[in-house]
Design a protein around this ligand. Sequence first.
Ligand code: AMP
Length: 290
Amino acid sequence: MLIFKQIKAIQKYLQNADNKLKVQGFVPTMGALHQGHLSLIKRSKKECKLTICSIFVNPTQFNDKTDFDRYPNTITTDIEMLNDAGCDVLFLPSVKEMYPDGFTNAKEINFGFVAETLEGEHRPGHFAGMTQVVEKLLRIVTPDKLYMGQKDFQQQLIVNHLIKKRKLRTELIIVATMREKDGLAMSSRNVRLDLAARKLAVEISKTLKKVKSEIRNQKSELGSIAKAGRKRLMGFKEIELEYFEIRNAQTLEKADETSNFKVQTSKLKLVALVAAKIGRVRLIDNMLLN
Ligand code: AMP
């Protein structure tokens, strides 16, 4: 695997005559890699001739400085994992390389409601920072295909808008969430869960599954199913629930306020989304419901 730290060097390599002819797949990450990340690499390898991964912990998308400071760094094992997975190229830039002129973003896009709700509400500035770095990376790598996880559901919706608004020449491909055996969504932050917190964390995906099966069985109306999900999670003293919502999977508009269940589920794709803190670790997860 080739490792580039400089923008000019990776661009020169990706645009050389041989590589230009290859379908190029790109997997941006913040490192602390796990099997979820590797499933994106595997998918890219299946569909592309050249797979590029980036590891960059982007300061501008952290609304909470302590979260940034505590973000796990496992670069040596990350490189080994990428090598073993057959990744072709790793882009590993410094903050200075990515932001030579500082962090200000004069060309910020207004994505409207889809970026203002849920994570947008709870992590102000997060999506502005995320789209800022994703756009920079896409302009550096100019991949044919971009691989992202369904795990960050709102993020992939916004990146889809970003690609359209900026008329970028990249196809976005969404990969299903990889889970631990008990159902917990894999996340770089999971390593920060202590034993008790790790045990409790499974209740997040359990609740999502319960809600999904209630929707499938049309047990009751959306509003009360969502409410029951919320109540279930709030019943665990150590789980600090930020939100548990059933939303329109395209627009993220509220879907649980009407009691007209059949109309809702036949016309709309629904998704349940959750964010919760266990101790100092913030976890997110989601599940498509129909
Ligand atoms: P991150 O390093 O957390 O920024 O994630 C990098 C990419 O990996 C994003 O597109 C995530 O959505 C994706 N990802 C994170 N966790 C998982 C998972 N458990 N399964 C599949 N993809 C994931």
